[in-house]
Ligand binder design. Structure first.
Ligand SMILES: CC(C)(COP(=O)(O)OP(=O)(O)OC[C@H]1O[C@@H](n2cnc3c(N)ncnc32)[C@H](O)[C@@H]1OP(=O)(O)O)[C@@H](O)C(=O)NCCC(=O)NCCS
Length: 293
C-alpha cells in the first residue's frame, strides 16, 4: 500500500470506528476493513513501525489498531472448516471465530514454512519470506514477523507484536499482544534477538537488536531489570515501556525482599538480570541450526 493509499484509508477507518455498533452490517465499513486487512497481510501497513523521530524509535499507528478492532465489531461468529494435513483424506476440523478473522492460507510460493501440526496464522498478520513456524504456534492479527525468523513450537506472537529479522523465538516463548489501549505500544522484538525457551515478553516491552533473553526470563511493565555491567536499574516509565538495550544478555535471577514480612521471612522475588552484553561466546551459544532452515 502506498503512503497515499494509507492516507486515504485512515479517515475512512476512523469514520467507521467512530460509528460504534452502528457500523456492524455496513458494506462500506467491511470494505474499508478488508482493505486494511490486506495491507496488513502484505506487510505494507503496520500497527507500529520504526520511526527515528519517536522517543522509543517506534511509532504506534493507533488508527491501524482501531481498524483491527473495527474488524472484530464487523465480524459475526462463523463456523470455519478445514482439513488436517493429508488432503481429502485428512480429518475434518471445525473452528468458530469472527468471520472477519479467518486463518490465513499460504502457498509454497510465499516462501514461508508452516510445519504441519496445529499452528495457525490469523488474518491481518504478516509473515515475511523465510519465516519458519514449528507446530504448534500461533500468530495473532496485526502481528508483523520479518524475514528469516523462527517461531518454534508452542510460541505465541500476540496481536500487533512486531518481530524483527532473523529472530529466534524459542519453544514456548510468549510474545504478548497489545490491542487496547490503541495508543499503547505493542511488544517489539528487534532484529537478530534470541528469545529463549519459556520466556514471556508482555505489556509493550521493547527488546532491542541482538539482545538475548535466556530461558525463563519474563518481562512486563512492572519488572525492574538489573543491568550489572552498567550498574543501572531499567524500568518502564509513565511514557515509555520497559526497554532491553541492544545486545544485552538477560538471565532469570532473584533478589531478596528488602522490607516487611517478605524480608522477615527471607523471601526473594524473581528479577531479570543483564549479566553482560553480547560477546563472541554468546554468539557461539546462540548459533542456530542453519541446515534446518
Ligand atoms: C544466555 C545464554 C545464551 C548464554 O549466553 P553466554 O553469553 O554464553 O553466557 P555465559 O556462559 O558467558 O554466562 C555469563 C554469565 O551468566 C550466567 N548465565 C548464563 N546463562 C544463564 C542462564 N540461562 N541462567 C542464569 N545464569 C546464566 C553464567 O553463569 C555466567 O555467570 P558468571 O559470569 O557469574 O559465571 C544461554 O544461557 C541461554 O539461555 N540460551 C538460550 C537457551 C534456549 O532457550 N534455547 C532454546 C532453543 S529452542
Amino acid at each position: 500500500m502506498t503512503a497515499i493509499d494509507a492516507a486515504a484509508l485512515e479517515p475512512t477507518i476512523e469514520h467507521w470506528f467512530a460509528q460504534g455498533a452502528a457500523a456492524a452490517g455496513n458494506k462500506d465499513a467491511l470494505a474499508a476493513f478488508l482493505q486494511l486487512r490486506d495491507a496488513l497481510e502484505s506487510g505494507s501497513l503496520r500497527s507500529a513501525e520504526p520511526d527515528a523521530a519517536a522517543p522509543t524509535g517506534w511509532r504506534v499507528n493507533a488508527w491501524v489498531k482501531r481498524g483491527i478492532l473495527l474488524g472484530f465489531r464487523l465480524g459475526a461468529l462463523e463456523e470455519m472448516r478445514g482439513r488436517s494435513p493429508g488432503g481429502a483424506g485428512g480429518a475434518l476440523l471445525s473452528f468458530v471465530d469472527k468471520a472477519t478473522y479467518p486463518a490465513r492460507h499460504f502457498t509454497a510460493e510465499d516462501g514461508i514454512r508452516i510445519v504441519p501440526g496445529g499452528s495457525s496464522v490469523r488474518s491481518g498478520a504478516f509473515l515475511a519470506r523465510g519465516v519458519v513456524m514449528m507446530p504448534p504456534a500461533y500468530v495473532n492479527a496485526g502481528a508483523y514477523v520479518d524475514e528469516g525468523t523462527m517461531i518454534d513450537s508452542h510460541a505465541l506472537v500476540g496481536s500487533c507484536a512486531q518481530i524483527g529479522k532473523r529472530v529466534h523465538l524459542s519453544a514456548a516463548a510468549q510474545i504478548g499482544g497489545v490491542l487496547e489501549p490503541v495508543n499503547a505500544s505493542p511488544v517489539i522484538i528487534e532484529d537478530d534477538c534470541l528469545i529463549g525457551g519459556n520466556t514471556g515478553v508482555y505489556e509493550g516491552t521493547i527488546v532491542r537488536a541482538r539482545a538475548v533473553l535466556a530461558a525463563g526470563v519474563i518481562l512486563t511493565r512492572g519488572t525492574p531489570v538489573y543491568d550489572l555491567p552498567n550498574d543501572a536499574i531499567l524500568k518502564a516509565t509513565a511514557d515509555t515501556p520497559l526497554i532491553i538495550p541492544s545486545g544485552a544478555v538477560v538471565v532469570a535471577g532473584s533478589r531478596p525482599i528488602q522490607h516487611g514480612p517478605g524480608k522477615t521471612l527471607g523471601l526473594s522475588v524473581y528479577t531479570p538480570i543483564i549479566v553482560k552484553y553480547r560477546d563472541e561466546k554468546t554468539d557461539l551459544s546462540t548459533t542456530l541450526e542453519d541446515l534446518l532452515r
